[in-house]
Structures are given as structure tokens and as C-alpha cells.
Design a protein around this ligand. Structure first.
Ligand code: NOJ
Length: 466
């Protein structure tokens, strides 16, 4: 294993910082949406705003050499005019300096879903102005933090926040509208290219990528109908982000199909030229599970999301395109996520063959309910999960895939959006009800040993076909 391989954990600003209205931070669309709908929120979350030093120190003590986190736009920019909040800038300087102090390489996400509410009120990602505002925000980040950061990513999981926000309707702004989903998707991919352009023009050190919620697509059989369904699913799940960011082109068959029913005239030649010219240096893939599909049979589009943690609730059927199915031989979590490490191995090989760009596995983990009042959570299921997924990564590396890092989701327990704090992912337990006390879980010690042995202790080749 390459000694420079990055091993660490990931978080996101809204999910861990808390301090939602402190030091002139403005409300984000999530603050407003959760407050207005009286839902569990991240007002305090893991209180990382005040405890980051302890958290980053624990990363280093856990043998980790990197940390992926995001910058909060409404903490850094005060208003639509772009006024910079120096208290927000100071906060992230403190984070970056603490990373340096402990020998942790920062891996920075510019946008992890917390759009300033002042932009949401202007239409958010439906308004092209938001793209230009994002470009300005990215420039502010590069200017202030550019000499301390070598790995940047523009967006975290465009597929997830756009589809959930504008198509399924379970995330803010809570819409169910295909045409608006298309506007949002287009604007985000355009904004990403604008930020890459700003990065290149400014000639900053380091590299810039994008992070995608990667669900490699498998079919139930080898029929031609299934292959067609797989292509629809791949376009819906993966290609509109990865093809666009890495190859500079939206999938042409996807646009052709959408244009049969929807307006695509908003796609302008001058925007497409920016997208074509400013592709990313690397891709970040968040992997939780694959998408297994069969051909569409009947009925309306159905997108049901499991936020309850009661098995058997989720459903994805896209009319005329494909249906997602469950593998009866697989294990699923209480939130209906399949546990399928081999999908990571296959997906990494597929992404490498298609894009030929370095890859970071920017998130991987399992969300469960846990009793954190004990001294040390014995999360053997998480150890097994990480072991099997790291194993899958190593198999892909053995096949020549250029993988440069692995980030466990999450560095410590945090607020999991609509799943609240009940669904825990951390390597370190946070006792939210008891002064936010931090205690490493068994997986934290396992990860440390694995890193220190330079990944020699994990079982290899478990998922190879041959
Ligand atoms: C994806 C997202 O990036 C993160 O915000 C989320 O909490 C985790 N995966 C777990 O679902």
C-alpha cells in the first residue's frame, strides 16, 4: 500500500457544527426548512463548532492522516451582495490550522447542501444567479484558504440533493417536479464547472474534483430489456453527474429522452462550453450500495424513501424507464440499504475505465442505532462492513485502478438529515444527550490498527469473481 494513501473520515458542516446562528452565520435552507416544519434539526448537532480541536486530535490519535469536511456558505458569506463574514473565515482557518498541527491533510468540500436561505428565497438552484453566487463563494474560499488546502471538491452529491429536493420532495425545497429537477441539475453542474474555471484561472495549488453518491447499476438478468433499463438507471443515478463533471458532457441519450416531454431549451451553448472546458482533476465517490434494476413493468413513478429505520419501506420505480429491486440473497440495513461490498469493487473498475481519473472513496459507512452510554460501543458490524469495503478497494487497486484515499462516514456521530441523530455512522460515539461526550468505538481502534499496519491486516480478495 502506498504510504501516501489518505485514510480518514468525513463530515459536513450542517451535520456536525451546530452554532447555527452564532458569529453572524446566516440561516441556510436546511435551518429554515427544519424549523418551519418542526423537524429534528442540526441547531446543535455534534457541537463541533466548539469541540473541533478534540475531534481533530482524536482523528490523529486514531492513526488517520486526512479529514474531509465542508465549508458552510451561510457562515462565510453574509448576503446576496457577497459580504464576507470574517468570523466564519476565522473559524475555518482555525480548523485548517488544527489539521496542520495534528498532521491531518484537509480535503475540503465547498458545498454540502447548506444553501444560504437568502439564495433559496430567490429560487435557489432554480435560479441561474445562484450559479454565479456559488462561483463567487468558491473564489472567496480559494483566496482565503488556497495556501492551506490541496484537495478541493465543488459539490457533495448533486444527485442526492437535487433528486431529493426537487423530484422526491423529502429534502428542501420539498418539490416534486421533473422540469424543476432538470433546471436544478443543470444549474448545479454548471456551477461546478464555473468553480473549476475559477480555480484554474486563479492558478491555485492543488487539485479540484466533485463528489458523487455512486450507485453502480446491476441488472437482474442479461436480457436486452434489462440492459436498456440499466442504461436508464445509470443515466438517472450516475452519468448526469460523472459524465458531465469528468468528460464535460451530459449523456446525450438522457437529454434526448427528456426532450420528448420536457423543455431543454435552457441548456445554452455558452454554458455547455464552460462545462466542456472545465472538467475535474479527480472524482470522489461516496459508496453505500449499488442499484439493482429490472425493466419497468407498469404503474406511475414511485419514489419512496425510508427515513423511519423500519425495513421494507423504500421504493424506486421510474415510469417507462426502470424499477429498482431487492436482491433476496443480500442483507439490508433497517433503512433498506443493501450491504454489497462487491458493488464497490466493480463500480471502481467501471468508473476508472470510463473516466481514467484518480478516484477517492470519499464516503463509506453503515448507519445503525447504537447505545452510546457504554464505555466503548462494540460495533463489530461496522468493522466487518469497513473491512469488506476496503478489501473491495484493494482488489480494484490490484486491477490497476488509481485510488488515492478512503474516508469513513463519519469521523464521529452527527446529525443525519431526515434520519436525525438516531442513525449513527461515527467511528467515535457522541452522546448527544450527555454533554456531547466523545468516546471512540471499537471500529475506531480497528481502523487505527489497519492504517498503522499499512492495510496488511485486512482479508484480501474476498470478492474476486475468478
Ligand atoms: C451522504 C451524504 O454526503 C451525507 O451527508 C449523509 O449523511 C451520508 N451520505 C449518509 O447517508
Amino acid at each position: 500500500m502506498d504510504k501516501n494513501f489518505l485514510w480518514g473520515g468525513a463530515t459536513a458542516s450542517y451535520q456536525c457544527e451546530g452554532a447555527w446562528d452564532i458569529d453572524d452565520k446566516q440561516p441556510s435552507m436546511w435551518d429554515c426548512y427544519l424549523h418551519e416544519n418542526n423537524l429534528e434539526n442540526g441547531d446543535v448537532a455534534s457541537d463541533y463548532y466548539h469541540r473541533y480541536e478534540e475531534d481533530i486530535r482524536m482523528m490523529a490519535e486514531g492513526g488517520q492522516n486526512t479529514y474531509r469536511f465542508s465549508l458552510s456558505w451561510p457562515r462565510i458569506i453574509k448576503d446576496k451582495e457577497g459580504t464576507v463574514n470574517l468570523k466564519g473565515i476565522d473559524f475555518y482557518h482555525r480548523i485548517l490550522d488544527t489539521c496542520k498541527k495534528y498532521g491531518i491533510e484537509p480535503f475540503v468540500t465547498i458545498y454540502h447542501w447548506d444553501l444560504p436561505q437568502y439564495w433559496e428565497l430567490e429560487g435557489g438552484w432554480l435560479n441561474k444567479e445562484t450559479c454565479y453566487a456559488f462561483e463567487q463563494f468558491a473564489k472567496v474560499c480559494f483566496e482565503h484558504f488556497g495556501d492551506k488546502v490541496s484537495y478541493w471538491t465543488t459539490f457533495n452529491e448533486p444527485k442526492w440533493f437535487i433528486v431529493n429536493g426537487y423530484f422526491i420532495g423529502n429534502y428542501p425545497p420539498g418539490l416534486q417536479d421533473v422540469q424543476k429537477t432538470m433546471y436544478g441539475a443543470y444549474h448545479v453542474m454548471y456551477a461546478s464547472a464555473l468553480a473549476v474555471r475559477a480555480f484554474r484561472v486563479g492558478n491555485y495549488q492543488g487539485e479540484i474534483g466533485i463528489v458523487h453518491s455512486y450507485t453502480p447499476v446491476n441488472g437482474v438478468d442479461n436480457t436486452i430489456e434489462t440492459k436498456i433499463a440499466m442504461r436508464y438507471a445509470d443515466n438517472y443515478c450516475n452519468n448526469w453527474i460523472l459524465d458531465t463533471a469528468a468528460l464535460g458532457e451530459f449523456p446525450i441519450d438522457l437529454i434526448a429522452r427528456l426532450s420528448e416531454k420536457y423543455d431543454v431549451s435552457f441548456m445554452k451553448a455558452e454554458d455547455l462550453a464552460v462545462i466542456k472546458n472545465y472538467t475535474v482533476d479527480f472524482i470522489g465517490l461516496n459508496y453505500y450500495a449499488r442499484t439493482l434494476v429490472k425493466p419497468y413493468t407498469e404503474g406511475e413513478t414511485q419514489l419512496v424513501f425510508n427515513h423511519s429505520g423500519k425495513k421494507g419501506q423504500s421504493k424506486v420505480i421510474i415510469k417507462d424507464w426502470f424499477e429498482q429491486v431487492k436482491d433476496p440473497n443480500s442483507e439490508y440495513t433497517a433503512w433498506d440499504t443493501e450491504i454489497y461490498p462487491k458493488g464497490l469493487q466493480d463500480g471502481l473498475i467501471e468508473a476508472w475505465e470510463r473516466y481514467e481519473l484518480p478516484i477517492f472513496v470519499t464516503e463509506n459507512g453503515v448507519g445503525v442505532r447504537e447505545d452510546v452510554t457504554v464505555d466503548c460501543v462494540q460495533d463489530d458490524y461496522r468493522i466487518e462492513f469497513m473491512n469488506d469495503h476496503i478489501n473491495a478497494i484493494m482488489n480494484a487497486m490490484d486491477k490497476g485502478v488509481d485510488i488515492r484515499g478512503y474516508y469513513a462516514w463519519a469521523s464521529f456521530d452527527l446529525y443525519s438529515w431526515k434520519n436525525g441523530v438516531e442513525k449513527r455512522y461515527g467511528l467515535v460515539a457522541v452522546d448527544f444527550g450527555n454533554e456531547q461526550i466523545r468516546k471512540p468505538k471499537a471500529s475506531y481502534y480497528w481502523f487505527k490498527e489497519m492504517i498503522e499496519s499499512n492495510a496488511k491486516i485486512i482479508k484480501r480478495r474476498k470478492f474476486e469473481k475468478e
